[in-house]
Ligand binder design. Structure first.
Ligand SMILES: Cc1ncc(CO)c(N)n1
Length: 228
C-alpha cells in the first residue's frame, strides 16, 4: 500500500474534523471575525519561517541531489509565495510590522514549528518529509473544501485561492511523490515512524486553527510577555 493511501486513511476522521472547524467554516462563509484572522495571519507568518527552516534542514540532510534540490526549492519557493500573501493580508487587515514584531509565537505555533524543526534535525529524511507533508496536504484539502462553498464577495478570497492554485497543487504532488519514494526505500521501523509523524503533524494543524479561533496566547502574558 502506498504511503499516502495509508496515511490518509489513518487521518481521515481528523481531516473531516478540521474541515468542520469554526475557523474554517468562518473562512468559507466570510463570517470569520477580523480579529481572529489578524491573530492567525501573524501566527502563520511565524509558522512559515519555522516551516521553511525545517525544509531547509531536511534539504541539507537529504540522501540524494534530487531530494536536496526539491526540499531547498520548497523552502524558498513556497515561502516566497506565501509571504506575498501574508504581506497582502497584513496590509488589508491592518497588521503593521511593529505589531508583528511585538507578537511572539503562540504555544500552538511554537509547538508545531519546534516539532518540525526537531524532526528535520534528528530524524531521517523520510521521517522529516512525512512530518512536513500535512502542511501541504491539509491546506490543499481545506482550501478545496472552502473554495467549493465560498461566497464571491468573501474577504478571505485571496487566501482561499492560494491553496487551490495550480502551483500549490504541484508543490503538494511533488512532496507526496518524494514521500512515496523515501517510503519505498525505508525499513519497516522508519515507515512506522513516518505514519506516526504524519498523524502528529495533522493533529498540530488542527491545534493551530483551534488556537487561532480562540486567539490563544501564553497562559500568563504578564509573566511571559518579555521572554516568550
Ligand atoms: C499552519 C500552516 N500549515 C500549513 C500551511 C501551508 O503551507 C500554512 N500556511 N500554515
Amino acid at each position: 500500500m502506498s504511503f499516502m493511501t495509508r496515511a490518509l486513511a489513518q487521518t481521515a476522521p481528523l481531516c473531516k474534523t478540521i474541515r468542520g472547524m469554526p475557523f474554517n467554516r468562518g473562512l468559507a462563509d466570510g463570517s470569520l471575525p477580523r480579529a481572529a484572522f489578524q491573530h492567525y495571519i501573524i501566527q502563520d507568518a511565524h509558522y512559515l519561517e519555522g516551516f521553511a527552516r525545517a525544509l531547509a534542514l531536511a534539504a541539507g540532510r537529504a540522501p540524494d541531489g534530487q531530494a536536496v534540490c526539491q526540499l531547498a526549492a520548497s523552502a524558498a519557493g513556497t515561502l516566497q509565495a506565501e509571504r506575498e500573501l501574508h504581506a497582502h493580508y497584513m496590509g488589508l487587515f491592518g497588521v503593521d510590522q511593529d505589531q508583528f514584531a511585538a507578537t511572539r509565537p503562540s504555544p500552538a505555533c511554537d509547538h508545531y514549528t519546534s516539532f518540525l524543526i526537531a524532526t528535520a534535525a534528528t530524524r531521517s529524511t523520510a521521517e522529516s518529509v512525512a512530518a512536513v507533508l500535512p502542511c501541504f496536504w491539509v491546506y490543499r484539502d481545506v482550501g478545496r473544501d472552502i473554495h467549493a462553498r465560498a461566497t464571491p464577495d468573501n474577504p478571505y478570497r485571496a487566501w482561499i485561492e492560494t491553496y487551490v492554485s495550480d502551483s500549490f497543487d504541484a508543490a503538494v504532488e511533488q512532496t507526496c511523490a518524494l514521500a512515496e519514494r523515501l517510503h519505498d526505500a525505508a525499513t519497516d521501523p522508519t515507515r512506522d515512524s513516518m505514519y506516526a509523524l504524519y498523524a502528529r503533524s495533522t493533529l498540530l494543524e488542527w491545534g493551530f486553527w483551534d488556537s487561532a479561533w480562540a486567539m490563544r496566547e501564553w497562559p500568563n502574558p504578564t509573566l511571559t510577555g518579555e521572554i516568550a
